[in-house]
Design a protein around this ligand. Structure first.
Ligand SMILES: CC(C)(COP(=O)(O)OP(=O)(O)OC[C@H]1O[C@@H](n2cnc3c(N)ncnc32)[C@H](O)[C@@H]1OP(=O)(O)O)[C@@H](O)C(=O)NCCC(=O)NCCS
Length: 120
């Protein structure tokens, strides 16, 4: 990956979206952490079409789980918008990966994965 582009992209994600990013050669995930609610919130996750079904999403979520532990959080939360053409598939993949459905409201499904070890 071109290091200049990588640092430009990281700066954009931080400054414009207020988010952090885990960047891999064929995929990325943008996220925020909220210490008060002990939540890591996924903004966007994307894997290059040709590289799907090779475990990259697993690896990205694995990196998020490390952040959850490092920052003493306890859950990863994401939102799936039902108007998204990939929504059905994303819900399926999320369930396979151990997320549960937390709520469904106004065309949006919120998913959660508890992974901090202390769910109090
Ligand atoms: C959703 C997405 C990130 C998954 O990435 P991926 O790298 O292909 O996922 P993985 O290979 O790590 O697979 C994760 C699990 O889901 C399963 N899976 C992946 N794609 C699947 C599919 N099309 N149908 C059924 N199961 C699928 C895998 O078998 C794996 O299950 P396992 O743990 O039993 O092996 C990727 O498909 C993507 O970028 N989609 C478009 C963008 C998108 O939908 N983003 C979310 C918008 S809300």
């Amino acid at each position: 990956m071109n290091p200049d582009f990588e640092s430009l992209y990281r700066e954009y994600v931080k400054d414009r979206l207020g988010a952090e990013i885990v960047l891999m050669p064929d995929g990325f995930v943008q996220y925020n952490t909220h210490e008060e609610t002990r939540t890591l919130f996924i903004h966007n996750i994307h894997v290059k079409k040709d590289s799907r079904r090779k475990g990259i999403c697993h690896a990205l979520v694995g990196e998020l789980e490390k952040v959850v532990k490092e920052k003493n959080l306890d859950r990863i939360v994401g939102e799936i918008f039902l108007f998204d053409p990939h929504a059905r598939q994303t819900i399926l993949i999320a369930l396979v990966m151990g997320f549960d459905i937390m709520s469904a409201d106004g065309g949006k499904i919120t998913i959660v994965k508890y992974c901090g070890g202390n769910h109090g």
